[in-house]
Design a binder for this molecule. Sequence first.
Ligand code: NDP
Ligand code: GDR
Length: 340
Amino acid sequence: MKKALITGITGQDGSYLAELLLQKGYEVHGVIRRSSSFNTSRIDHLYVDPHEPDAKLFLHYGDLSDGARLVTLVSSIRPDEIYNLAAQSHVRVSFDEPEHTGDTTGVGSIRLLEAVRQAGVDCRFYQASSSEMFGASPPPQDEDTLFYPRSPYGAAKVYSYWVTRNYREAYGLFTVNGILFNHESPRRGETFVTRKITRAVARIKAGAQSHLYMGNLDAVRDWGYAPEYVEGMWRMLQADSPDDYVLATGGSYSVRDFLQTAFEHVDLDWQEFVKFDDRYLRPTEVDSLIGDASKAERLLGWKPAVHAPELARIMVDADIKAFDCEGSSWIDSPAVASWR
Ligand code: NDP
Ligand code: GDR
């Protein structure tokens, strides 16, 4: 039985990846942060009491800022595969918390790579790299496109990308960068633009919200469906040799297009509900990200099926269902409503 260690298991991608690996028969270990309230809602459905003989998912406290803990975890678990998905992953927030983002999203990766090296464990390592590294480089972007990050987040991911390559070249470790374009799902964090829109659509349709405040509607993104992307991550670690790959749909869709599709799905006109708030603008914006994933298709056989319009409808349907189940308890606190 193969063993995998996932950092960021409580996030969107970590939860889908844990699901996939458990289905494939892996023993899965996840690193979670200690928090004053429960933060495992995305993986609770996968959890089996560790006293049960069929338990295959094990959680461990840890943090990418704590290198000694990472050495202990890697040495004691001795995984065959490590997926480094943990990060401060919000681009706008990285302007508010640049140092923390650099420490987690950047330096955190070398702490984990160094833990692998120090533990002397023979394992394969996946780094969650991002299309944000391309930033201002015009589309289409592929593995050879120049990096030109436009945020502390993007710059931290460029650092992680290069140390991941460096550990491959310097120490012969099997390390890969998956350069993933935006991918979403009903489990997407509530402050990313797609989920913010689809949650608002569900609430506006139910009469529980009157307006939605947004930032730049002109930004173009290549939005795919997260469960398909975690399959790509796994395939990268099954390849004969380590390499770096872009995962993307190749589609181009603006925030405005996403708004229109999401509101139209419930027969509403988005223009009646959306207002502008400059708190959601970024000091430097990434205008257009459209990926070319032909290398992943050619070498890994990876090809996504879900494109942005269908994704928007999947997410709206899921949020309507969630709102119907949870009803009025699904109301954000004023503090949450003012987040980025
Ligand atoms: P999420 O924001 O949903 O999840 C981030 C995860 O990282 C959470 O589990 C979070 O824990 C954990 N985390 C944050 N800080 C630390 C820390 N200091 N130590 C340990 N764990 C930490 O991100 P996604 O699932 O969307 O993305 C996964 C990875 O892929 C991220 O690295 C992201 O930057 C990258 N990426 C994502 C893309 C996307 O479109 N989704 C595209 C390209 C790259 P907690 O739950 O406690 O907050
Ligand atoms: P992004 O995702 O920055 O691409 O990073 P996000 O959904 O936050 O923004 C996408 C685009 O929408 C514009 N926008 C808004 N964004 C948010 N969050 N809230 C708003 O109200 C709003 N209005 C307009 C943004 O300006 C931007 O252009 C995501 C993250 O998952 C990263 O971790 C990942 O690396 C990249 O995708 C690829």
